[in-house]
Design a binder for this molecule. Sequence first.
Ligand SMILES: NC(=O)c1ccc[n+]([C@@H]2O[C@H](COP(=O)([O-])OP(=O)(O)OC[C@H]3O[C@@H](n4cnc5c(N)ncnc54)[C@H](OP(=O)(O)O)[C@@H]3O)[C@@H](O)[C@H]2O)c1
Length: 330
Amino acid sequence: MTPTRRLGSIEITPIGLGCMQFAGQGIIASRFYPPLAADTVNAIVRAALDGGITWFDTAEMYGQGNSERMLSSALRAAGVSPGEVTVATKWPPLMRKASNIVRTIDTRLDALQGFPIDLYQIHMAQGSVSPLDRQVEAMASLQLDGKVNSVGVSNFSARQMERADQILRARGLRLVSNQVQISLLHRTIEDNGVLDAARRLGVTLIAYSPLKTGLLTGAFHASPERVRSTPPIRRIASGLTHRNLTRIAPLIDELTAIAHAHGATPAQIALSWLITYYGDTVVAIPGASKPSQAEESSAAMELTLTRREIDRLDEVSRAVSTSSRAKAAA
Ligand SMILES: NC(=O)c1ccc[n+]([C@@H]2O[C@H](COP(=O)([O-])OP(=O)(O)OC[C@H]3O[C@@H](n4cnc5c(N)ncnc54)[C@H](OP(=O)(O)O)[C@@H]3O)[C@@H](O)[C@H]2O)c1
């Protein structure tokens, strides 16, 4: 088992479960993934827990609280008590003032049905009618009042992370995390300063879309006709086109070959690479719409890739990932 990582003062497994898939009928997230029945969500959460996962990432925006409710109900159904796992959720800034952060916190806590908010994140740097400084100050006041256990951000640049940490430090707190897109197909943290800033500040980077919304599982290469049946918003977000499938085929081939050597799947190898290559700074939150996917993702924590395999995936992904520095070095 890969050793645990730090989320501020909390110890977490290197892989957590992303819960956008539990959004249900919401406006945005449900356009990525179709609604799941409560029984399926319960089984997914159970599979994650059985696989050793100790933390869960949700958000108000995932179905206007539906994901938070589904997650907390599933944890209860699995016999988990508040405090036994780590729960992260997010405040969506869209068209809202910073004061909304404090005003809506009890609604978030209600949606989580007794589970504490261990990490409260600003979902994105854009969209609020208040400056970022005010938003971070409001988050700090929630932590100081004991409403949340720590503060994080999401989709923040290196400069925005530094500023958020500075504001929190002035109040005796620290920025704990920045949730950004990272995978073998999306390595922009390496050249936009986010990885360097995270290491300097001791901030954990939470990798979202670590499987590039499924592209790195090889499922679309095995059944290219699945592209057409995938919702357009998900297709656009993950660059899911036949041309891209051809372009990244060498990476999928490499993942498949390494997977065979380990008796594993390409998805597990992609996750193992992600939580190994960047060291302790990066943790990953793959999403799952089936219990078997959560089981597979958690089992990736049991794998140990060789130095040669890590380097080979690094090399092959450089040619196909979204990172100018990585490409230049290829
Ligand atoms: N902060 C942000 O702005 C932000 C943005 C996006 C996501 N997130 C978070 O990150 C989490 C994960 O990101 P994501 O859902 O975008 O992408 P992802 O984790 O890269 O992909 C998840 C999808 O990949 C497929 N999959 C997963 N495991 C598989 C396996 N073992 N075999 C085959 N297919 C597998 C499933 O697709 P099917 O459902 O089609 O089977 C699953 O729904 C979300 O749940 C959410 O919590 C945050």
